[in-house]
Design a protein around this ligand. Structure first.
Ligand code: M6R
Length: 365
């Protein structure tokens, strides 16, 4: 069932173009509005009234929630907070009449997320779930939901669920935008943009060999730092989580500008720094961060936008990803990070599909 791939994780990384197509099928067909999200059709009135959104999730799903926060704020102009499910429940959270709680979970069985969701419901919140596993506890108990429709994810390290959750947030943000404004001149373009993402992911997957060679150069390191800004800050966190959970290399993700507030002290020739440096509003600032790392002898792997030659002379390695609107770049920038973690872990002889001490769904609190 691994379809010729050595591991489920690798198979699932490669399934991402198809998975996103499955997620979008019937929902943004023909590039036309409205966005059809069947699981929300009975609560459009509630969605119109929402004034604040609280996202609850754990691990990779929490990272997808952070991207969702940026998307919902940017596209739908609704204030969003993202909470670790485990923290949310013990904080006596503030839920008002117009607060929507969104529970994000691939498995739909994560105990912390389920408990947080029940707490939210007890406080009178409406809960919308984004789940992959159909009929899972979280999906069943939610008031409304969006299923990912991407097939089972077996590898403990979540990959295709992350990109699908991010894409689901994007569709949800467009859906809210259209509910509120009926039409919006930007929407057709935004739909075209997401429709072109699967093909762009495939282009990155076709560069796997390049990434494998890079993994070979870094596989014996003991630490790594991941930096990104804006939409790519959560991707830095996700890249670091992928590396640590399957290769057991200590890795940390940071918003790039935070480096100077502490982590810069760690940089020397043994510290690889993976920088997401795509061409967007903060590109110049990110180039400065790269220079700061280089001047302290750190090694830099840059994830950059195709056609960016300037970065070649600055970073030790450059992985190019196709251009896309900033809001959608996480769907692309995460792909080389998944492949890098995978190949480093395989080269270190780790069991990537079943890393030590971890289970696919964490059903204990
Ligand atoms: O099934 P869920 O999305 O609720 O799982 C949440 C986390 O346990 C999960 O994302 C975990 O962090 C993964 N192992 C990350 O790759």
């Amino acid at each position: 069932e691994k379809s010729g791939f050595q591991h489920f994780m690798l198979k699932e990384i490669h399934e991402q173009p198809q998975a996103l197509q499955n997620l979008m099928r019937g929902r943004v067909d023909g590039g036309k509005a409205p966005i059809k999200l069947g699981g929300l059709s009975h609560c459009e009135k509630d969605l119109l009234a929402v004034k604040r959104i609280v996202v609850i999730a754990c691990g990779t799903s929490w990272h997808a929630g952070l991207v969702g926060e940026y998307m919902l704020e940017e596209l739908a102009r609704i204030p969003v907070e993202v909470e670790y499910a485990s923290e949310f429940r013990y904080r006596n959270p503030i839920i008002e009449k117009d607060t929507l709680v969104m529970a994000i979970s691939q498995s739909g069985e994560t105990a912390d997320t389920l408990a947080a969701m029940r707490e939210a419901k007890n406080k009178g919140a409406k809960v919308l779930a984004i789940c992959n596993v159909v009929g899972s506890s979280i999906a069943r108990e939610a008031d409304a939901g969006i299923y990912l429709h991407i097939g089972p994810e077996i590898g403990v390290a979540s990959t295709k669920a992350f990109t699908a959750q991010v894409a689901a947030f994007y569709l949800f943000a467009l859906h809210i935008l259209l509910l509120r404004h009926k039409t919006d001149p930007k929407v057709p373009e935004m739909i075209t943009a997401i429709n072109s993402i699967p093909g762009k992911i495939q282009k990155i997957l076709d560069r796997e060999e390049e990434i494998r060679e890079m993994a070979d150069a870094y596989k014996d390191k003991n630490h790594a730092l991941y930096l990104g800004r804006g939409f790519n800050y959560p991707v830095a966190l996700e890249g670091a989580l992928k590396l640590k959970e399957i290769s057991y290399i200590h890795a940390q993700g940071y918003p790039a500008a935070e480096m100077k507030h502490g982590p810069i002290a760690l940089i020397d020739e043994n510290m690889p720094v993976i920088v997401i440096a795509t061409k967007d509003a903060t590109y110049g600032k990110i180039l400065n961060n790269i220079e700061e790392v280089k001047s302290r002898k750190g090694r830099v792997i840059a994830i950059a936008t195709e056609g960016d030659e300037q970065i070649q002379g600055k970073a030790d390695h450059v992985v190019y990803i196709p251009d896309a609107p900033a809001v959608l770049t996480p769907l692309l920038s995460v792909i080389p990070l998944q492949l890098l973690a995978y190949h480093m872990a395989v080269m270190r002889g780790c069991n990537v599909d079943k890393p030590r001490n971890l289970a696919k769904s964490v059903t204990v609190e």
